[in-house]
Design a protein around this ligand. Structure first.
Ligand code: GLY
Length: 430
């Protein structure tokens, strides 16, 4: 099979690594890819923002399948364009990608179909928002931009002063552009976080293994939110009962809700959850694999990913066996650039990567790297994802952090507690 993979981050590096192992693969092109993906296929210099260029590339290379890594091209309708040209695509059409493209629409859908989610109010005008925040609102609460804001449009506010400030920034000062022209004011809930993933062709749902992101920049879940500073799988907070509850109360009603509203979803459903004493609640939906959750999932996936993705794209998931998983644990630690998630320098030479003993149990996936005159340099906020398997989480942690120590560049930052048990503020029924 000839496969086009779209994207250039750590998630796409892990997908490219996994797809390249498929016996069905004839050719893999990654657009635009990164220096790491070049080891698994051929990089093509077409950017993820160039939807027309990506579609032309898929046509030219006679792709049998296009796998869309990031959300933006999906929200812009790349799946619709590809399907109209007869090319199977792993990723939802634009009307289904609204699930991530508009948090306000997603919230409405969840409420209409009784999927548990924190209570919220939606605002597009400043005055009603300010009146609510200075009047009846209970604190702390969360202000969220409705549109795509690259993981940055979520602000936890302790009081009316910070909440009105956040709302003014979004609605008045357009800090997040069009993405913040509608916003949500959401109830703040506490509990462990979980990322739940399921493949679906719109009819059959195939939940994947459990995992947990570490979104905060600093140890102990402190500091600003990031795209994710590390992940583990399985998620120690999600036992059998909680898995069943997530499938029954969250994923299935969402899938049925999308069908009911004539927006069938094909691709990977990604629910960002908080596990509360009253059960899981959906903080947000995404329409693609998580980054860095994808890295740990791909390491643990034993089955061939390609037939599953093709079955999702062609509506034949009911003909597939559920995937086989490595029963061991996986930990990924993100190496980032000092300053991230704000401004950070690029072009810092990366040393030591060649000294890491990569293999089946240890992979360093490239996230934001580039080649400058033949030397590998930093090129993003998140630079590398050091990913290791182990018999236990602590075993996997030890292996990952040993490799982290070998890699160096100016301004290297990382969390030292990925996978460490944390004290949770709320007890959870598992
Ligand atoms: N790691 C969270 C995300 O990909 O949105």
């Amino acid at each position: 099979m000839r496969i086009l993979l779209i994207g250039s981050g750590g998630r796409e590096s892990a997908l490219a690594w996994k797809i390249s192992q498929s016996p069905l693969l004839e050719k893999l092109v990654i657009a635009p890819g990164n220096p790491g993906t070049a080891a698994y296929g051929e990089n093509a210099a077409v950017q993820v923002t160039d939807v027309e260029g990506l579609v032309s590339l898929a046509v030219e290379m006679k792709a049998d399948l296009v796998v869309v890594g990031p959300e933006n091209p999906l929200v812009e309708g790349i799946a619709d364009d590809l399907v109209s040209r007869g090319i199977p695509v792993f990723g939802p059409r634009a009307d289904a990608a609204e699930l991530e493209g508009s948090k306000a629409w997603c919230k409405d859908l969840l409420e209409r179909h009784r999927v548990p989610t924190p209570a919220c109010r939606v605002f597009s005008d400043l005055n009603p928002a300010i009146s609510y925040l200075e009047g009846g609102a209970r604190y702390p609460l969360v202000v969220k931009a409705s549109g795509l804001a690259a993981g940055k449009g979520v602000i936890i506010c302790q009081d009316a002063l910070s909440a009105t400030g956040a709302v003014r920034e979004m609605l008045d000062e357009k800090a997040f552009g069009e993405a913040g022209s509608t916003l949500l004011v959401e109830e703040f809930i506490i509990g462990p976080e979980a990322s739940a993933f399921a493949l679906t062709d719109g009819r059959t749902l195939m939940p994947l293994e459990t995992c947990q992101d570490h979104k905060a920049l600093e140890e102990g879940n402190n500091g600003p939110n990031t795209g994710g500073m590390g992940a583990i799988s399985p998620n120690p907070k999600v036992g059998e009962r909680m898995r069943d509850t997530i499938e029954r109360e969250v994923l299935l009603p969402t899938l049925h809700g999308m069908n009911h509203e004539a927006r069938p979803f094909q691709g990977v459903l990604f629910a960002g959850l908080i596990l509360t004493v009253a059960g899981p609640k959906v903080l947000e939906y995404n329409v693609r694999f998580g980054d860095p959750e994808c890295q740990v999932l791909m390491m643990r996936l034993k089955s061939d990913l390609v037939p599953l993705m093709l079955a999702v794209a062609t509506g034949k998931l009911d003909e597939c066996e559920g995937p086989e998983w490595d029963s061991r644990c996986c930990v990924t630690v993100i190496l980032a650039s000092e300053g991230y998630p704000g401004k950070y320098p690029t072009g810092m030479p990366i040393h030591g990567l060649g000294d890491v003993a990569s293999g089946e149990d240890l992979q360093v996936f490239h996230c934001g790297t580039a080649l400058e005159e033949g030397h590998l340099v930093t090129a993003g906020g998140r630079v590398l994802a050091v990913t290791a398997m182990g018999e236990s989480v602590s075993d996997a942690r030890e292996r990952a952090y040993a490799a982290v120590d070998v890699i160096d560049y100016e301004g290297k930052i990382f969390r030292k507690d990925i996978g460490e048990p944390v004290e949770e503020a709320a007890e959870v029924v598992l």
